[in-house]
Design a protein around this ligand. Structure first.
Ligand SMILES: C[S@@+](CC[C@H](N)C(=O)[O-])C[C@H]1O[C@@H](n2cnc3c(N)ncnc32)[C@H](O)[C@@H]1O
Length: 302
């Protein structure tokens, strides 16, 4: 594994500045409406779960799907505030967990709550150089940032393909990756989805330089690098998560306004309402995809 295997400078997804615009609003802001572990992605709801339990259920699901329990070295791409990293070493016997984020605020929070088994790096996947092959890779809620609204379909797929090829190189033979991403649903064409007021609002006001994939993009981009082992669309789980976040935000509205101002809170309220509606109607899907590395000898010639 050396620098020559990098795709440095490739990441024409969201820039570090665009990521910080969203995630560095402040840890105190997110703490008021996320769960205690600061998980910021669609949960997986069991019958009696509250938000915290549903988030841990989702994290454990990905850990099992990736075959990570008891392993030596696991990578979390887009580690947020570090909940999965803490769970890997604390509950699943993983010796070393590496997390990548582009947000300084997230990294600071995650480092303050972990020990020497966890390595949180402010680094894009495109620039990452592993110290050793990974036994498993997990990425939850980051893939959405790997392409921009103005990118052509071909550019998006090229980016995603570069991402999967890196993960293929980094994994040990037969290693697995568990990926969670939301995506445009099949209810509308890309043109209709892109032109919709909700997409325009989200891209301009909430997640700059970001555009989710379509399932077909992911399928095409994994050709030659990963086999799909399983695929679930749990969009109703994300709808419920947005509903609970919105309720939390409204319950703590006064504190949030005192922290970041009325305008920003109103913007987040609108974002969560749009997202709830998107997942509820199927305009957005929530994909949980288990992938097995294809051994390079089987790679088709391009
Ligand atoms: C919605 S958060 C999800 C965080 C976490 N996985 C969770 O479920 O709570 C997206 C994460 O992806 C990270 N991210 C976005 N683009 C990235 C990139 N190119 N390389 C590494 N991390 C990235 C962000 O910094 C952030 O930590």
């Amino acid at each position: 594994m050396n620098a020559s295997t990098q795709v440095s400078g490739q990441a024409s997804g969201a820039s570090p500045e665009a990521i910080r615009y969203h995630y560095d609003v402040g840890n105190d802001f997110y703490r008021l409406w996320l769960d205690a572990n600061m998980v910021y992605s669609g949960a997986m709801w069991g019958p009696d779960d509250d938000l915290e339990a549903a988030q841990l259920r989702k994290i454990d699901y990905h850990i099992w799907e990736a075959g990570a329990p008891g392993s030596a070295n696991v990578l979390d791409i887009g580690c947020g505030w570090g909940a999965l990293l803490r769970r890997l070493v604390g509950e699943h016997g993983v010796a070393r967990a590496v997390g990548l984020t582009l947000s300084d605020a997230q990294a600071e929070w995650a480092r303050a709550r972990s020990d020497g088994r966890v390595d949180v790096r402010v680094e894009s996947w495109a620039d990452h150089v592993p110290a050793a092959p990974y036994d498993a890779i997990i990425s939850i809620g980051a893939f959405e940032h790997f392409a921009r609204l103005e990118s052509s379909e071909e550019e998006k797929i090229d980016n995603y393909r570069a991402f999967f090829q890196q993960c293929q190189r980094w994994l040990r033979p037969n290693g697995r990756m568990s990926l969670q991403t939301f995506a445009y649903g099949n209810t509308r064409s890309r043109r209709e989805a892109t032109a919709s007021p909700s997409t325009q609002f989200l891209a301009n006001e909430i997640f700059p330089e970001t555009d989710p994939p379509r399932l077909a993009n992911i399928a095409e981009a994994t050709e030659g690098s990963f086999e799909v082992v399983s695929l679930r669309n749990d969009r109703k789980d994300y709808a419920r998560t947005c509903r609970v976040w919105l309720d939390n935000l409204r319950t703590r509205r006064d504190d949030l306004v005192a922290l970041v101002g009325e305008e920003k809170v109103a913007r987040y309220e609108r974002y969560l309402q749009y997202s709830f509606y998107g997942f509820e109607t199927g305009n957005l899907g929530l994909f949980r995809i288990t992938l097995r590395r294809i051994e390079p000898k089987w790679q088709p010639k391009r």
